[in-house]
Design a protein around this ligand. Structure first.
Ligand code: PLP
Length: 438
């Protein structure tokens, strides 16, 4: 009944094969760094196949890149996958439909800002951004304005690793510089001034308005990460700038896309970060925590106006249809994840973690080499005044029994919402040790 029937590979043999054959995110081939081998995970703990720096169990401070909001092996999510597996794991979505996907789409419409009505179920965050951009470009093409095909975004953003998303990533952050001059040329506004609580800066608001106005004839959409820019630098900004974008987009006939792939499903303290500003986009992307981190699924939602515009075109369909679109296993576990999230006082859980991070990271602010400490919702960030030594910082966190993935000048955490107070404290100790070792 168990697969694989063979005994597991010893960690050394597994690592040898890994180095030779397996590409890791942003990794060289053959591999140079030794990844830790995870044998199993439950609750907020990763169990290693072989001890590392004296630890065989780590508290996960990363939620598997924002996604595992309920931790691992949650009984409700496990049951949802098992039950769905008993019916079907996948069927094509062309010409067929099924309850898990339909329920999920209706649920997403219900919980996202009101004008969003239609849902495209994509298979990853990057693909949902591709689809969102396609919706916007096709909308203007259908209305006879094909010149509106560029995007405006903020510097310091990150929207994924496929072609259109790469073109709106931070152009100087080192992620995709290799492709400058090859990617579609977009319009970049300065990054928003930092500080969630800071009053919006009138000069910066004017910069946004002016740029949108100046490029309106060629702009299909503005695309931004609302309130928190994630992998581009873990920067927080005032929600007020989202209102500025909404007004300028309305004034100049430009669509507004919010990429809530990282911020969605409660992470910043609102169910969606747009809620901090009370602003609705025309198109919105969600992913990551959509399935509680169990399976790969994302979605691009749009308003009735966008869908109707596309339907009026010479090609009246949205020409996109991935093989694994609407995957029933992923949709079933996404429904279960939403049940768990919304069936509890999730806002209180996130507030509790926010308080724990504020407490635990307060002492880090005074340490040598630390430029800034910031916390919002279940996100804690320590920014250093120098680039991190990734290997040394990770090792220090592991020694403290914590899994973190520092990068650039950042040591940061976004724990699962189920993390107990003492584990939040342990994560903060891991962040401190990592920052000191970096
Ligand atoms: N957009 C944002 C804001 C993200 O944080 C990410 C992933 O880190 C993506 C898009 C891309 O999502 P995926 O990695 O699922 O393709």
């Amino acid at each position: 009944e168990h697969y694989p029937a063979l005994s597991p590979l010893p960690p050394e043999a597994l690592l040898n094969l890994d180095r030779q054959h397996v590409w890791h995110p942003y990794g060289p081939m053959p591999g140079r760094q030794e990844p830790l081998v995870v044998a199993s995970a439950s609750g907020v703990r990763l169990r290693l196949a072989a001890p590392a720096h004296g630890r065989s169990e780590l508290v996960d401070g990363m939620s598997s890149w924002w996604s595992a909001i309920h931790g691992y092996r949650h009984p409700v999510l496990d049951a949802a996958v098992r039950d769905q597996l008993g019916r079907m794991s996948h069927v094509m979505f062309g010409g067929l439909t099924h309850e898990p996907a339909v329920r999920l789409a209706a649920r997403l419409v219900e919980i996202t800002p009101e004008p969003l009505q239609h849902v495209f179920l994509a298979d990853s965050g990057s693909v949902s951004v591709e689809v969102a951009v396609k919706m916007c470009l096709q909308y203007w093409r259908s209305l006879g304005r094909p010149a509106k095909r560029r995007l405006l975004t903020w510097r310091g953003g990150y929207h994924g690793d496929t072609w259109q998303p790469m073109s709106v990533c931070d152009p100087e952050g080192g992620m995709h510089q290799l492709w400058s001059g090859v990617l579609p040329e977009q319009v970049f506004a300065d990054a928003p001034p930092p500080g969630f609580d800071a009053e919006p800066d009138p000069g910066y608001a004017e910069h946004l308005r002016e740029l949108i106005g100046r490029h309106a004839a060629e702009l299909a959409a503005v695309i931004v990460e609302p309130v928190v820019q994630g992998a581009g630098g873990m920067a927080f900004h005032s929600p007020g700038y989202l209102r500025v974008l909404r007004e300028a987009c309305d004034e100049h006939d430009v669509l507004l896309v919010f990429d809530e792939i990282a911020t969605g499903f409660g992470r910043t303290g609102e169910l969606f970060a747009a809620g901090h500003a009370g602003v609705s986009p025309d198109v919105m992307c969600v992913g990551k925590a959509l399935t509680g981190g169990y399976l790969t699924m994302a979605a691009a939602l749009c308003t009735g106006r966008v869908a109707e515009g596309i339907s009026r075109g010479e090609v009246p369909v949205l020409a996109h249809g991935p093989t694994f679109m609407g995957n029933p296993l992923a949709a079933a576990v996404a429904n279960a994840s939403l049940d768990v999230l919304l069936g509890q006082d999730w806002a209180q859980q996130v507030k509790r973690i926010e308080a724990g991070l504020r407490d635990g990271l307060a002492e880090v602010a005074g340490l040598p080499g630390v430029r800034d400490v910031r916390v919002l919702g279940a996100i804690g960030v320590v920014q250093l005044d120098h680039p991190v030594d990734m290997a040394a910082a990770t090792a220090a966190a592991v020694r403290a029994g914590v899994w973190l993935r520092p990068f650039r000048d950042l040591v940061y955490t976004m724990p699962p919402y189920v993390t107990a107070d003492e584990d939040v404290a342990r994560i903060c100790a891991g962040v401190r040790d990592a920052a000191l070792a970096a």
